[in-house]
Design a protein around this ligand. Sequence first.
Ligand code: NDP
Length: 326
Amino acid sequence: MFQGILIRKDEQGYRAALESLDEAQLPDGDVTVRVAASTLNYKDGLAITGKSPVVRQFPLVPGIDLAGTVEVSTHSAWKPGDQVVLNGWGVGETHWGGLAEKARLKGDWLVPLPAAFSPEQAMAIGTAGYTAMLCVLALERHGVTPDRGEIIVTGAAGGVGSVAVALLAKLGYTVVAVTGRPQEADYLKTLGAAEILERSAFSNPGKPLAKERWAGAVDTVGSHTLANVCASTKYGGVVTACGLAGGMDFPATVAPFILRGVTLAGIDSVMAPRAQRLEAWSRLGRDLDPAKLALITETISLADAIPTAQKLLDGQVRGRVVVKIA
Ligand code: NDP
């Protein structure tokens, strides 16, 4: 038996609870992992509270991320004792996830735990941090170098935003952080933000084109914020769009794209190919300052994950949440 959070949906409604689970209940897979740590991402918040239909099979253990040690493997790449990380692939949505002491997974989904990180540090990064790195890699791929000008990060005090600010600042970019929490200004400056802007300047309908300012952007918010960021991006600039914390809509015009040659780069972490994952994790090992990571992170127990999920959706969590399991 082992402990895990289980989400049920039946005649008694949608609910999540910490339960004793039997290994025989674990889904099919060629690798069984003893989970050392997991984390709470925005998507886990949606899954645990049921606010959006993230979970598509019941009952289900949530948790789109995990780090741990292989216990049993019939997959040629993995043997007992290997330390591994998992992000996405539908885990925590359609396949039992990381918010439990054990998980059974497809070996093809796993990547080795980078030597630079402990399992807790890898989860302090989690899908949020790995997505932030995918955004940075996309900016680089499109030629946005630090000398091109300022990079704007929206939802900056959240998980993706905090890691993006820390990474971009370390790489020499001038980072402008947008937040709805002015009390987090000192935190964002410590992570490396050069300037803090108020969320409300971006969250209302704006003009199709505004004064050109950004060489690049990491947008975690979507909706009017993404439209306004595109409208104020400089000629030839690049906007990476990864989130919808402010809404899934995109009430924009084509003006920034056809008049200023702005590129909108979509970022998906869930189905990203293995080579991109390995590159992102290797760059995180090189470019993320562990001291900044510690500043970003709060650690909770498995039992605390359910109340913290609601706080995350209420925008009351700063940075990243690690769920320490073993
Ligand atoms: P967090 O909840 O940690 O951060 C989201 C941040 O967005 C908040 O901290 C807040 O920042 C800001 N925010 C929240 N609500 C609103 C609102 N109504 N209007 C404007 N800003 C708001 O989530 P994560 O960092 O884990 O994820 C951020 C987004 O990225 C989510 O939408 C998530 O689903 C998405 N995501 C996408 C991935 C992908 O593969 N494409 C992978 C990972 C995440 P502040 O207080 O600073 O304003």
